[in-house]
Design a protein around this ligand. Structure first.
Ligand SMILES: Cc1cc2nc3c(=O)[nH]c(=O)nc-3n(C[C@H](O)[C@H](O)[C@H](O)COP(=O)(O)O)c2cc1C
Length: 471
């Protein structure tokens, strides 16, 4: 998973110019770009939502190229084993749209008029793909797209009321959002997954859903150089890559489907194993899988534990943010070792991580801080963790004063007493319990061989232990 800060976000004008360059001097055709976009969207859906649990897909296609991306995605989804239906109220009959319609009709993919959509979209579909408007859209959505967007918004409200709802996947931009400013009126779609295309647009910084992917593995170096793009590397031969801060919980996954659905394949690198189990947990709808218990002990060797929100994980380690004046910070300064514990009840699994802790650089903390919404920036300025306060009112009062003080300012500086830590792992245990009592345990520990650090993994089940090493 790539850090959100290390990736470029482009504004509307840049997005338009990138497209012009691709279709001008670089000789890409609209059909090609649509194919690449649609394939990326379908691949990203396949990464998170398995076709066996999320079979029925409604792809809502707008009148422009974003709608075309949706048509291509629908065709790929059909071949990936999903059952797509399409709602395409303002059909464009020019190429390449006409060809895509014929291809879908030849596969017997149904086209549903708006009037034939069920009252409750979630009763007929597990996934809704929002391919209505893309980055070139501006102004207010017109009929029938305005009411379709409203339906998706109200579907999400039902979900908040704990009813089962389909998941929403937005193609490049959540429809109705401003391409740079996001959901300006606060009443737009809140998708579960956003698949940014080519490079994420500025509004994607405001996306808070659990799954942010980038698709479009074709951007030539000349485009990257010209627009000074920082794009993540794609894993293996994948057409998409997960990006952004650690995913937030997917509250929309259908309840009651949680099987013991963790991948039992063993990765050589425990970070890959962690990412895989985290992805499985999100796909299974585990709430708040990024919350962890973090334990430290200072020079008195007395352990202390607390909940912490994991903000990022990659091959360098696990990152969280906190108050540098807190008890945990003091204990880390006295003894820079900590343990992390993740427990995902519905999957009956836990992951233990132990390692060395270091403070992240000021630049990294600044970058993370600047990506936070304003209220999340003001809170740590007010918060004096691990200290006594004279009632909550004092904090509310300070919060209010700071809100007023920063009202006119475009950026809020990071308070020096707040920043990040990174745990560099030295030990992992992945544990999954089974009803049969045949629990799986994977233990990874670091060994030094010929001056190199290598991960060793022990796979343990009761009465049976096998050991393998990974280089
Ligand atoms: C679900 C949850 C998530 C939390 N996430 C954080 C966090 O990311 N950073 C943080 O400093 N405190 C977080 N807290 C508060 C800590 O648990 C703790 O109360 C606080 O950091 C002070 O801990 P200390 O006195 O041991 O340093 C979280 C609490 C809960 C319940």
């Amino acid at each position: 998973m790539e850090d959100r800060e290390e990736i470029s976000y482009v504004n509307q004008q840049e997005a338009i110019e990138i497209d012009r360059m691709l279709m001008g001097p670089l000789a890409f055709t609209v059909d090609q770009l649509m194919e690449l976009a649609g394939l990326s969207v379908a691949s990203a859906i396949g990464e998170v939502y398995s076709s066996s649990e999320y079979t029925r897909v409604l792809v809502i296609c707008g009148p422009g190229n974003n709608g075309g991306d949706g048509l291509v995605a629908a065709r790929h989804l059909h071949h990936f084993g999903y059952k797509p239906s399409i709602c395409y109220p303002k059909r464009t009959t020019k190429p390449p749209f006409a060809g895509l319609i014929s291809q879908l009709e030849s596969l017997s993919v149904p086209f549903l008029p708006v009037e034939d959509l069920p009252m409750q979209l979630s009763s007929d579909f597990e996934i809704i793909v929002d391919a209505i408007f893309g980055f070139s859209f501006h102004g207010n959505p017109r009929p029938p797209f305005d009411s379709l967007i409203r339906r998706l918004v109200s579907m999400r409200k039902q979900q908040r009321a704990h009813e089962k709802a389909a998941v929403i996947i937005s193609v490049d931009i959540p429809s109705g959002w401003h391409v740079e400013e996001g959901d300006v009126c606060g009443e737009g779609i809140e998708p579960d997954m956003l698949v940014s295309l080519t490079a994420p647009k500025l509004c994607a910084k405001m996306f808070c859903g659990p799954h942010h992917f980038l698709g479009g593995r074709f951007v030539p170096q000349s485009v990257i150089d010209k627009f000074k793009l920082k794009l993540p590397s794609y894993p293996g031969t994948s057409m998409c890559v997960r990006i952004g801060n650690l995913p937030q919980p997917n509250l929309s996954a259908p309840k009651g489907i949680f099987a013991a659905s963790l991948s039992l394949e063993v990765e050589e690198d425990p970070i890959d194993q962690f990412q895989k189990w985290l992805g499985d947990a999100l796909a299974a709808g585990v709430k708040e899988p990024h919350y962890m218990v973090m334990s430290t002990a200072g020079k008195d060797a007395k352990p202390s534990s607390r909940m912490i929100s994991l903000e990022g994980v990659n091959k360098d380690g696990f990152v969280w943010h906190t108050n540098y004046g807190s008890r945990k910070a003091r204990e880390i300064s006295e003894n820079p070792h900590a343990s992390l514990l993740f427990y995902w009840c519905s999957l009956n699994c836990q992951i233990r991580v132990e390692g060395f802790v270091e403070q992240v650089s000021d630049e990294e903390s600044d970058q993370y801080f600047s990506s936070l919404p304003r209220d999340a920036q003001i809170r740590p300025i007010v918060s004096k963790q691990s200290t006594s306060i004279n009632g909550r009112e004092v904090l509310y009062q300070q919060y209010k004063e700071l809100e007023d003080e920063y009202h006119e300012r475009t950026s809020i500086p990071r308070p020096k007493h707040w920043g990040g830590y990174r745990l560099i792992p030295e030990f992992f245990e992945f544990w999954q319990g089974e009803e049969s009592q045949v629990h799986l345990k994977l233990r990874y520990y670091v060994e030094e061989i010929d001056g190199r650090k290598v991960w060793r993994v022990d796979k343990l089940v009761p009465l049976l232990a096998e050991s393998t090493s990974s280089l």
